[in-house]
Design a protein around this ligand. Structure first.
Ligand SMILES: [Zn+2]
Length: 231
């Protein structure tokens, strides 16, 4: 903490939402902004909510939580944008810490054996230098002690650009883009899939359906932002 105070004196850290200076105990988002984030009610209903419903009958889904609603052009999107596009892996880790702190006492993490971050394409990984979902997963792991395994599934690379495909074939493109590389590591386990933002649920459905082929697994889902249709 003394080191944190010294570092904050030399290089003050701004809140990712309002830009005000963070206190030494604050991570990424100041206490005032945290109070006003558009939190979902998912932590109170982890088995039955509008995120979990996106996976019913499609995956062996247990619990699903999106931390807050992701509204485009709102300042509330800044923490996720920073974690994803501003080359700030520590911002992604802080998102994981915030999520874990918020959910820890609710029993959300009970019985989960391993955390699997949604993989990103190799090319994207080279450009960004890190997978934001993997960094979020590390943050969650720091609080919960649940191990992260980012070697179970990988994203395949495609020659065709997604933007050149029409809507229907783009959906098919998403379907086939993950590959299970270590089935033994997850067989019989309860997995926590982590991603930064859930828009339609297609990414998690696609990755989850590949993981299911490992046999006898349960899936819970944690995302930071929930975009798309919501109230
Ligand atoms: Zn703030």
């Amino acid at each position: 903490m003394i080191l944190r105070r010294l570092l904050d004196l030399i290089a003050p850290r701004p809140c990712a939402v309002c830009g005000r200076r963070l206190a030494p105990t604050e991570q990424l988002i100041c206490a005032a902004c945290l109070l006003h984030m558009p939190w979902t009610d998912h932590p109170q209903h982890p088995y039955d909510n509008d995120l979990a419903k996106r996976f019913w009958h499609l995956l062996p889904i247990e619990r699903a939580v999106a931390l807050w609603h992701y509204k485009a052009r709102s300042t509330n999107t800044y923490p996720i944008l920073q974690a994803k596009y501003f080359f700030r892996p520590e911002a992604a880790e802080a998102l994981g810490l915030i999520a874990a702190h918020r959910l820890q006492s609710s029993g959300f993490f009970e019985g989960i054996d391993v955390i699997i971050p949604i993989p990103i394409a190799k090319k994207r990984l080279r450009q960004r230098g890190y997978n934001q979902s993997e960094r979020i997963a590390r943050g969650v792991s720091m609080i919960t002690g649940i191990p992260v395994n980012d070697q179970v599934v990988r994203r395949q690379t495609f020659k065709r650009s997604q933007t050149t495909l029409d809507r229907m074939s783009r959906r098919e493109n998403v379907e086939g883009q993950y590959e299970l590389v270590d089935a033994a590591a997850i067989h019989g386990k309860h997995i926590l899939l982590i991603d930064d933002v859930c828009t339609t649920g297609a990414t998690i459905r696609s990755c989850g359906s590949i993981l299911v082929t490992a046999g006898d697994i349960k899936i819970s889902v944690l995302v930071i932002g929930m975009a798309g249709e919501h109230r």
